[in-house]
Design a protein around this ligand. Structure first.
Ligand code: 5AD
Ligand code: SF4
Length: 468
């Protein structure tokens, strides 16, 4: 389909997007929003005012579809209300994201009020899809496009970039070929693709020109990125990081998430040693500490491989804040396996980590394995693990008290004169300062709260801790 088929909507139609799930979805919502804006739609913060409501869904863990259907129930009533009061401006309802991809037609069958169901690989076609929807058609688009979605998505306008704030996401890699046996991503997001470096650089330059200081490169398997380099050769992820650090002078901070241990190469570890812009934070999911369970999960690494990786990263970047993901109660997980997970978490010492009860996802190999763990065992194990992780988080926060570090000011705080900045370790920091949003200031950490730090602005002569 070409641009000629786009019909401009009659008046400025308003849209509202609700985003569930991961940062990748947050990024997708901003790109959909850019695309809608360039097609003449106007964003609104209020669902009741919108003419188009999009739910950008997540399918990774349980209850995602239940949440979607209960939200759709409420939206159906809103749609009926509008039809009664202002029949000339009906509300169109769309479902995007991974539940849309996984359920497709089923969503329309269950909730006829829905007008469009679009999978993550179709967002560049939104204006064309909507011009069909405006004529009353019901659309389900879940095919994987043959064209490059990113090439067809408009770059954000200057106003849209400003709205991103000082820290922005940039998807560099999408999909996954790893097929962990618990995970729906390879089915909902499709095969792994890496965007070419030149395309990534164009988007990064645009964001930086619009005031972005910090970029977080996103991918389901971001460190598996291997794409077309700026020199026409194939690059690996570390090469991309070195290139971005060198060629984007306005970039103050660089982060990436989420990574797989298998793709944590020596050169990527070296990037943590050599690149000052690369922040000392690493989210490296391990899922389990038991080799038996890791094998059943098809993770393709052992618990000790993970320990060695962390040691290597810490050797080059001792101040790194470590994060990870764990699943408890994967089929076949015995008490002994769970004890191994607890031992691994204790060995690593996380700054923050996420842990979940295993939830069978239809269509994944894990869902039909024997030895599903009882709900009560999952609940007990999760509680035990979360108690440990929470103690570790508190210890990490407290270990920062007294240190001098740099923070990037992101927004105003709740109190007069207070600003919220981001520490190199990703944790938010509250400080009293007259400095502007978007500047990096030196602070001394004075206290720790549950999930954040409190600091005093440090005098200019204070020495920042190494690396920060
Ligand atoms: N059940 C529970 N947790 C899951 N995750 C992914 N799939 C499942 C599942 N079926 C978790 C993993 C992953 C994170 C994004 O979500 O820990 O790293
Ligand atoms: Fe899912 Fe595993 Fe791919 Fe991560 S690496 S997206 S957990 S299949």
């Amino acid at each position: 389909m070409t641009d000629k088929n786009i019909t401009t909507p009659p008046a400025a139609r308003k849209f509202f997007i609700k985003t569930y799930g991961c940062q990748m979805n947050v990024y997708d919502s901003t790109r959909m929003s850019d695309n809608l804006s360039s097609a003449g739609y106007v964003p609104t913060e209020k669902a009741e005012e919108a003419d188009l409501i999009l739910l950008n869904t997540c399918h990774i863990r349980e209850k995602a579809d239940e949440k979607l259907y209960s939200d759709l129930g409420r939206l159906r009533l809103l749609q009926e209300e509008r039809a009664k009061n202002n029949a000339a401006a009906p509300i169109k309802i769309g479902v995007a994201g991974c539940v849309a991809q996984a359920e497709g037609e089923e969503i329309l069958r269950r909730v006829p009020a829905v007008d469009l169901v679009i999978g993550p690989q179709t967002y560049h076609r939104l204006p064309q899809i909507l011009s069909q929807v405006e004529t009353g058609a019901k659309i389900v688009e879940t095919d994987y496009a043959t064209e490059d979605k990113f090439d067809h998505l408009p770059l954000p306008s200057a106003a849209a970039v400003r709205a991103r704030g000082v820290s922005a996401f940039l998807t560099v890699q999408e999909g996954c070929d790893k097929f962990c046996t618990f995970c729906v991503v390879p089915y909902t997001r499709g095969a792994e693709i890496s965007r070419p470096a030149a395309q990534i650089m164009r988007e990064a330059e645009q964001l930086i020109a619009g005031g972005v200081k910090e970029l977080t490169l996103l991918g389901q398997n971001v460190n598996g990125w291997h794409g077309l380099g700026a020199d026409g050769r194939e690059w690996d992820f570390s090469r991309l990081l070195f290139h971005m650090a060198k060629e984007l002078p306005g970039l103050q901070r660089l982060r990436y998430t989420t990574s797989h241990p298998r793709d944590m190469t020596d050169s990527l570890i070296a990037a943590h040693r050599d690149l000052a812009v690369l922040m000392p934070y690493l989210h490296l999911p391990v899922q389990s500490g038991s080799d038996r369970i890791l094998k059943a999960m098809n993770r393709r690494h052992k618990a000790d491989d993970y320990r060695r990786l962390i040691e290597a990263v810490r050797r080059v970047r001792p101040d790194i804040a470590l994060s990870g993901d764990f699943i408890v109660g994967f089929p076949g997980e015995e008490e002994q396996d769970f004890a191994e997970t607890m031992r691994l978490a204790a060995d690593i010492g996380y700054a923050s980590a996420y842990s979940f009860k295993y939830s069978p996802r239809a269509g994944t190999p894990g869902a039909i394995l024997n030895g599903q763990v009882t709900e009560s065992a999952k609940t007990r194990r999760l509680q035990q693990l979360q108690d440990l992780l929470s103690t570790q988080q508190t210890a990490f926060l407290h270990s920062k008290i007294g240190t001098v570090t740099n923070i990037l000011l992101e927004k105003r705080g709740r109190h007069q004169g207070q600003m919220i900045g981001r520490s190199p370790w990703l944790l938010p920091v509250a400080v009293q300062t007259g400095a502007e949003i978007g500047t990096v200031i030196k602070v001394k950490i004075a206290a720790a709260e549950r999930n954040s730090l409190i600091a005093d602005e440090a005098d200019k002569t204070a020495k920042a801790v190494k690396f920060a």
